[in-house]
Write a protein that binds this ligand. Sequence first.
Ligand SMILES: [Zn+2]
Length: 260
Amino acid sequence: MELIDTHTHLYQPVFKDDISEVIARCRDNGISKLYLPAVDSESHSLMLDLEAQFPGECIAMMGLHPCSLNADYKKELAEVESYLAKRKFCAIGEIGLDFYWDKTFTTQQYEAFELQIKWAKELNIPIVIHTRNATSEAIEVIAKHKDDKLRGIFHCFSGDAAQAQQVIDLGFYLGIGGVVTFKNGGMDKVVEQVSLNHIVLETDAPYLAPVPYRGKRNESSYLNIIAQKIADLHQVHIEKVAEATTQNAIAIFGSYKYGN
Ligand SMILES: [Zn+2]
C-alpha cells in the first residue's frame, strides 16, 4: 500500500530531535512522499534543508502563508519570487486567505494570493490553498482566475458539501486530514458524499493530529488513520483509498522529484 502526505510541516523544530525516527515510521506505513508547504522566510531554509536530507521523499513547495502577511510582506513576496526563479518547486503553497486571527491585512492577503496564483500559472505548477473563515472567498478568487493551468488543492478543506462541490467543479482537490476523525467535526458527513477521485490525504503535522492522538504532536505516519477513517466512511477497503488518493496526488504534483 502506498500513501502520500500532501501537506506536512516536518521541518518544524518540534521534529528536530527525532526526524529520522519520524521518517522511518512513515516508510513502515507505506508513505512514499511527504510534500512540505512553505510558510515564510523564517522557515524556508529549515524546509529546504529537510528536502535535501531526504531527497525524493520530502518535497518542498514555495510560497507565502496568509498568516505571515505583515508590514514586510513585499519583502517576503520578493523572497518567494527569487526562490521560484532559482529552481523548480512542485507547487506554490501554502497561499490563501485567513480571516480567523486577524483582518488587518485583508487587502494585502488578497493581493499576495492573486499574485502567487499568477506565478503558479506562469510556471504551470499547482497551488496549495490555506483558508480559515474564508472558504467561500477563496473559492471566489479561484473561480475568477480559473483556466486550464490553474489547479491544486484546498488544503484542510473545512467547507460544507455545497462548497466541496464548487471546489470539485473548479477541478481542485480536497485535502482531507485529521479533522475527519473528530467527533462533531462535521467533516465525516461531507467526506462520505465526496468521490475518492477528488480527495487527497494530508496530516498538516504537527497540527491537527487524528483521534486517538488529538491534541498531541501530529506526524505523517498517522496518515494511515486518516485513510482508514475515509475507508470506513466510504465502506471500502483502505487499499482503495490509498490507490485513489495516491493517484490524485501524482496527478497534481506530477512525477517531479527533487531540486531542479
Ligand atoms: Zn499547513
